[in-house]
Design a protein. Structure first.
Length: 80
């Protein structure tokens, strides 16, 4: 698995901050055993339109990781 992170909020020095970057790595490796872990939290911050991006790169994605935006852990906090 390869995962991209956002460089706007949490990982300012990361290079792999776009889905296309990760998809290009997966394609270059060329193994059906290596896929992209698509982190919805990070890619929503970086790219916005996650549905379009997922559809565009679906063949390279092997797993999804989700968290709330703007706070990755917000979905775990009880609301009153």
């Amino acid at each position: 698995m390869w995962s991209c992170f956002n460089s706007k909020v949490d990982h300012k020095t990361t290079q792999g901050d776009r889905t296309a970057f990760g998809a290009n790595i997966i394609a270059a490796v060329g193994s059906p055993r290596v896929k992209l872990l698509y982190d919805i939290y990070h890619m929503q911050i970086m790219e916005g339109d996650v549905i379009r991006t997922i559809r565009e790169h679906a063949s390279h994605i092997g797993h999804f990781h989700t968290g709330g935006v703007p706070d990755a852990m917000s979905w775990m906090t009880p609301r009153s």
